[in-house]
Each structure stands twice: as C-alpha cells, then as structure tokens.
Design a protein around this ligand. Structure first.
Ligand SMILES: Nc1ncnc2c1ncn2[C@@H]1O[C@H](COP(=O)(O)OP(=O)(O)O)[C@@H](O)[C@H]1O
Ligand SMILES: [Mg+2]
Length: 279
C-alpha cells in the first residue's frame, strides 16, 4: 500500500489560522464550543469566520443568532452571514428554504458539499477560520482532514468519552492524516451551584489526562449553554464569556508554542502522516 501523502489546500486565505473543532461523537458540545471560541477570537480583535461543516447537523446559524438569514452569492462565491460581534458564518442551513429541511445525502455528496464550502466561500481576509467539523471518524471528516490544511484541531469531549476512548479514535485519525491536535476541552464534567456559584466536579476523575493532549479548558455544565438558544456573547453571563476568552487564550498559547518549535516546554504530538487504510 502506498503511504498516504496529503496534498492539502488552505481552507482560509493566506495568513488565516484554521482551527477545526472535532469530537468523538455528537452531542458533546462541539458546536457550542466552536461558536464561543469564534466569538472570543473576534472579541480579541481578530477577523473570524465560522464554517459549519457538520452538514447533517448544522447548528452554527442558530447558535450565532442568524438562523433567519440566507447566504448571498457574488462572483460565483457564497457570501457568509455576519453575526453580531462580527463573526462571518457559513452553513448549509443558509442555503435551505426552511431551517428544518433535512439534508438527505449519501457520503460522497456530503463530502463534496464540505469541500465546496471550504473552496467557494468569499470569506475576505480572515485571521481565524473556526470549522465546526462533523462528529467522529466518518466520510466527511476524513475528506476534510485529507483535503485541507488545519493549523490545529481542538477536541471537545465529555468525561464519558475519555472512559470509552471514543475521542481517541478521532485524535488518531487526525494524526494519520498529518493533522495536529492542539488539545482538548473537557465539557460538562462539573457543575456550578446555582446558590453559591461554587463549581464542583461530577466525576472523581474526568480521565482527560489519558488522551495525552494539553487540556485547553474545562467547561462546566452551565444553564445558559444548555438552553439551546443562541450563544451570543452579549446575552451570556460573565462566567461563560470568561471561559470562552480563556479558551481562546489557551488555543493561542498552544499555537504559539508549536510555532516556536520543540523544546519550548509544550509537547504537542505532531505525527508524520501515517498510512491511510481507507484510501
Ligand atoms: N457546557 C455546557 N453546559 C450546558 N449544556 C451544554 C454544554 N455544552 C453543550 N451543552 C448542550 O448540549 C447539547 C449538545 O451541544 P452541541 O454544542 O450542539 O454539541 P455537538 O455539536 O457536539 O453535537 C446542546 O443542547 C447544548 O446546549
Ligand atoms: Mg454540532
């Protein structure tokens, strides 16, 4: 079998840092974290795009409060919708007549759609492109990892995912396609007392260390995130805004350490592209 040699395109323009948000499975908070991270990067002065690459489970428009908008087209490119706070959002839902219209496509078509979103969106100049990737190790995820250059992936996982090692599968898949994993956000492993505001863990050991990746943030279960309504910073309590800002700082910190090269005290595994058994 030929070794897998990725020839990857940039999903953003030159100088755009592309951060993929990934998970082992659905429902763990990937889209919520992607939306919060994108807004935090924008609030720190960056020009930010948020691409919803979870074609069958798109949620970026709703989380960013722009679900009633539709994408424009200009010079055969898709024009993203600008959300409050300046984040440019692109999602398949902007192309649907109704938000509830399902995308009933098979793998190859889904992969094609994601490629098209990456290639054919008029983002303009961006400092950051945050991509809400599909969960797990399916077809679309493989296409995204094989076709596009990411500066790094941020994994979102719940404590149960570390026990079942489901998130490890996606981390290994990323490594096999030569994609760097920056670290993990441990989501919903603790709660905050509604009376006193104190945070307490729900698990004696959340197991996140087992993954061998830096822990970028531990995000408690927080009622404002659970509402399922939009996650615009202007409507979020200080605690959630601060958690988002801390996550953005952690991502920048790990990226800076990676760019500074080995021996800087942060050992982020970047494996060589391995053999790809699926190709
Ligand atoms: N930290 C959190 N606190 C409370 N609820 C959360 C948190 N993270 C995610 N949720 C809720 O869990 C559900 C799944 O989150 P979502 O971001 O859509 O996950 P995914 O994109 O991985 O499927 C949503 O209803 C969301 O509101
Ligand atoms: Mg999602």
């Amino acid at each position: 079998m030929e070794p897998f040699k990725p020839e990857k395109k940039s999903a953003g323009g030159k100088g755009t840092k592309v951060i993929g948000v990934a998970s082992g499975k659905g429902g763990v908070g990937k889209s919520s974290v992607a939306a919060l991270l994108a807004q935090a990067l924008a609030a720190s002065g960056g020009r930010v795009g948020l691409l919803d690459a979870d074609i069958t489970g798109p949620s970026a428009p709703r989380l960013m409060g722009v679900e009633s908008f539709r994408a424009g087209a200009e010079d055969e490119k898709l024009v993203p919708v600008v959300a409050e706070g300046g984040v440019k959002v692109m999602s398949i839902n902007f192309l649907m007549e109704e938000e509830s219209t399902p995308v009933i496509w098979r793998g190859p078509l889904l992969s094609q759609a994601v490629k098209q979103f990456m290639d054919d969106t008029a983002w303009g100049d961006l400092d950051w492109l945050v991509i809400d990737l599909p969960p797990g190790t399916g077809d679309v995820m493989l296409t995204a990892l094989q076709s596009f250059r990411f500066d790094g992936l941020v994994f979102v996982a719940t404590p149960q995912d570390f026990v079942s090692m489901i998130v490890a599968k996606t981390v290994h898949m990323a490594a096999q396609t030569g994609t760097r994993s920056l670290g993990v956000v441990v989501n919903m492993g603790s709660m905050v007392c509604p009376k006193c505001g104190e945070e307490f863990p729900l698990f004696s050991d959340d197991g996140a260390d087992r993954l061998g990746l830096p822990i970028l943030a531990r995000l408690p279960w927080l009622a404002p995130i659970a509402q399922g309504r939009n996650l615009l910073r202007s409507g979020l309590p200080e605690r959630v805004v601060k958690a988002s800002d801390d996550l953005a700082s952690a991502v920048k910190g790990v990226l800076a350490a990676v760019e500074a090269g080995p021996g800087t005290g942060l050992d982020v595994p970047v494996r060589e592209a391995g053999r790809n058994s699926d190709a």
